[in-house]
Design a protein around this ligand. Sequence first.
Ligand SMILES: Cc1ncc(COP(=O)(O)O)c(C=O)c1O
Length: 378
Amino acid sequence: MTITEQEFELDPEIVYLNHAAVAPWPKRTKEAVIQFAEENSHVGAKNYARWQDKERELRKQFKDLLNAASPDDIALVKNTSEALSFVAYGLDWRAGDNVVTSSEEFPSNRIPWESLKAQGVELRQADIDTEDPEQALFQQVDKHTRLITVSSVQYATGRRMHLEKIGAFCRKRNLLFCVDAIQSLGAFQSDVQCWQADFVMADGHKWLLGPEGLGVFYSTPTARDRLSLTQYGWHMVEKAGDYDNPGWEIAASARRFECGSPNMLGIHALGASLSLLLEVGLDAIEARVLDNARYLIDKILAEPMLTLLSPTHPAQRSGIVTFKPTQADSQALFHFLRQQNIICAHRGGGIRFSPHFYTSKEALERALDAVRQFLALN
Ligand SMILES: Cc1ncc(COP(=O)(O)O)c(C=O)c1O
């Protein structure tokens, strides 16, 4: 039995092409949650020290996934939006400052920055639907720019950004660099040091195959020192657990962003999911994700009744492939696909397919067959 056959128990009626939204859990994640529930109901938190080991292990897993310098650079947060808000509300803005981003961002990476308008901060959105999306970002930068924030992969088009190029530009210009990595972490190899990123965040429920409500926030020691904190509590201090001591200081590590009790249930679940990804290897996962995307792109381009909305340039491809019927209504196609048990999303005016590494070509063909059926009827 392959690891894929062992770990994925999807209903055979279903074709699951929605990892860019919320992913199904591997078997080991389900089992970790069941075991944790059993333990809680039988002995409560008797073995809390072991739970803390799991928490430490998860920081180490994220360190490895991101190639961070240290697990101390990893904070466990609620979600991507929370981490983006820590950055947006932690920096010391001056009226007239601006932030540069793209015009294709999910609201999580737009709204926190737009909300700074009251402080006189402008959000500049570059149109990145070009051959050179990074250059389009750079063109928006002027002497008032403090930070570039971008998604590693855009949620609707699936456009993948050249993060190293943006990071190098930011370093040269002394700009902060912030990456919403939710649409690539778990599908693509990541290297925050190579990207020269100051802040990177992602939630666990997409390509990382974990539950909703637990994500990662990476920061370098210098970058996090530039953020004022917006949340305080017992857990974010240097000596968490030294309850009777009235004195405290802010933790030097990224734990400073975790104000109170950790999400232990989520930690057990996400730890199990990440162990699978690390076991398979992100190089192998990335190759299979790209191969599935290539397969879909080739078939869609060969079908005159379909228009591809995702970039075709290999460097800009990701796990997301979005397309629409050239003449028929894409919402109608979306509803048709749901009726056929093809689980996908309607985004950016088209149908978004997001297969993961374990998705078979047979599953992709079943989805494409359903699309062809719809086209024949409409
Ligand atoms: C690019 C991007 N960022 C963020 C999110 C979700 O953010 P959060 O983790 O805050 O729910 C999504 C979800 O679709 C997304 O596509």
